[in-house]
Design a binder for this molecule. Structure first.
Ligand code: NAD
Length: 428
């Protein structure tokens, strides 16, 4: 995230704005502006060389009026409590807008996982659960993977929880590996879900997907499947993707004159979403500055890396051709950039609607865990499409009936649902 952007302040500003539109009572705002619960803890980990390192861990539970808290665990070197608070808050709105019966949570550890060995990562994952397990559970709080965490890590965490709880409890965590309680379709879920939202937005805007070109930021889980979906589901072209290069400590945009082939690029990308520059160049790809993706002459922009990427300073670089901005990442656009998008009539599919596919299939995963009965990939993807299409349609209806910006419309749908659940439970 840009050093000057505090994600939680941004999440609160977005909320305050919509609370004003909805004329929410002050006491209701007090309930929703801040998380209900926060956990700050230290995780001691024995390193391979015998030394002991202590990591800072966080878990934030924003609001569980609609169901157990739900949200990923992030391993990232610049993780802060405010980023986690923001992400937990957005999870509340995301589950509500997707109309799944879950609340908002998020966790994280300030660490670059690429600096740890496999055994150190396993001990860190188990250590996170050792500190938090009393406050996690299928009916309390259900974590999942996020930036820097993988299905294998979720498998270790589920195992640690099951040992401590004394019972196999796959529903305590989602995004687990296949064969270890995971759901088919979870890997594709967020990227494909974003593409279903893009498809619906294109229908509304009268855009032809087959003649559309997209530029993506990031090349991790979300971006990889969004790029595949843009080509294979919509029939469009992907001009570029981008990634963070750990060796050079900078980001790069990777493009190809004929459009990128995400399936090929995945074969030269590591598990953290870093592409091999040398191999890409060898295959005719062009490597440019990390922010070059934003100024490409395209119809659709899909930021799918980190928060705070499209700011008041950078938003002016967007090409006049761009009609649609679909936020695969959480919080990629600052409020200043939003003003520019409104003025220039760039249609926005806001983050917690656009990337709700991940939590939707996570929810399907815990439903399958509870039933101990697993669906086919086709069933999962079909149900995902139905949920994303319904979610997009409820936000679009609010956007057109109330004549508000799409982000505000998504907030209005989500906040109304959370407030109603709090009223029905007698919290208000
Ligand atoms: P990931 O770790 O798999 O990939 C992140 C990608 O972003 C990598 O390719 C990395 O190199 C790149 N990146 C990092 N910093 C960058 C920079 N400054 N410029 C360009 N690229 C950069 O993460 P992910 O799971 O794909 O998540 C991406 C975003 O989507 C995050 O905001 C995350 O919170 C959000 N999200 C993820 C899911 C999910 O299911 N994975 C669900 C909802 C939202």
């Amino acid at each position: 995230m840009a050093a000057s952007t505090n994600a939680f302040e941004m999440a609160q500003r977005q909320f305050d704005h919509v609370a004003g539109l909805l004329k929410l009572d002050n006491s209701v705002c007090e309930m929703l502006r801040w998380p209900l619960r926060e956990f700050h803890f230290r995780i001691p980990v024995r390193m391979d060389d015998g030394s002991l390192r202590v990591f800072n861990g966080y878990r934030v539970q924003h609001n569980d009026a609609r169901g157990p808290n739900k949200g990923g665990i992030r391993f990232h070197p610049s993780e802060t409590i405010d980023t986690i608070r923001a992400l937990a808050t957005w999870m509340t709105w995301k589950c509500a807008v997707a109309d799944i019966p879950l609340g908002g949570g998020k966790g994280g550890v300030a660490i670059d996982p690429a600096t740890l060995s496999v055994t150190e990562k396993e001990r860190l994952c188990r250590g996170f659960i050792d500190q938090m397990w009393h406050n996690l559970g299928p009916r309390m709080d259900v974590p999942a993977p996020d930036v820097g965490t993988t299905p294998q890590m979720m498998g270790w965490m589920m195992d640690e929880y099951s040992k401590l709880a004394g019972a196999y409890t796959p529903g305590v965590i989602t995004g687990k590996p296949l064969g270890g309680g995971g759901s088919l379709g979870r890997t594709e879920a967020t990227g494909f879900g974003a593409i279903y939202a893009v498809r619906e937005a294109m229908k509304y805007l009268g855009m032809d997907p087959k003649s559309s070109v997209a530029a993506l930021q990031g090349f991790g889980n979300v971006s990889q499947y969004a790029a595949i979906g843009f080509r294979e589901i919509l029939g469009g072209k992907v001009a570029c993707v981008s990634y963070w290069d750990r060796d050079d400590r900078t980001s790069y945009t990777v493009s190809h004159p004929d459009g990128v082939d995400p399936r090929y690029l995945m074969t030269i990308t590591d598990q953290y979403g870093s592409i091999s520059k040398e191999k890409a160049r060898g295959a005719g790809y062009v490597i440019e500055d990390g922010m070059a993706w934003l100024s490409k002459d395209v119809d659709v922009l899909i930021p799918a890396a980190l928060e705070g990427q499209i700011t008041g300073e950078s938003v002016g670089q967007i090409s006049k051709r761009v009609r649609l901005l679909a936020e695969g990442a959480n919080g990629p656009t600052t409020p200043e950039a939003d003003e520019y998008l409104k003025q220039h009539e760039i249609f926005n599919v806001p983050d917690f609607l656009c990337n709700a596919g991940g939590v939707t299939v996570s929810y399907f995963e815990s439903v399958q865990n509870d039933m101990n009965f697993y669906w086919t990939k086709e069933e999962v993807i079909q149900r995902l499409d139905t949920k994303m299409t319904q979610a997009f349609s409820s936000v679009l209806e609010m956007h057109t009936s109330e004549k508000v910006y799409m982000r505000d419309a998504a907030y209005m749908v989500a906040i109304n649902r959370v407030v109603k659940a709090m009223e029905l439970r007698g919290w208000l």
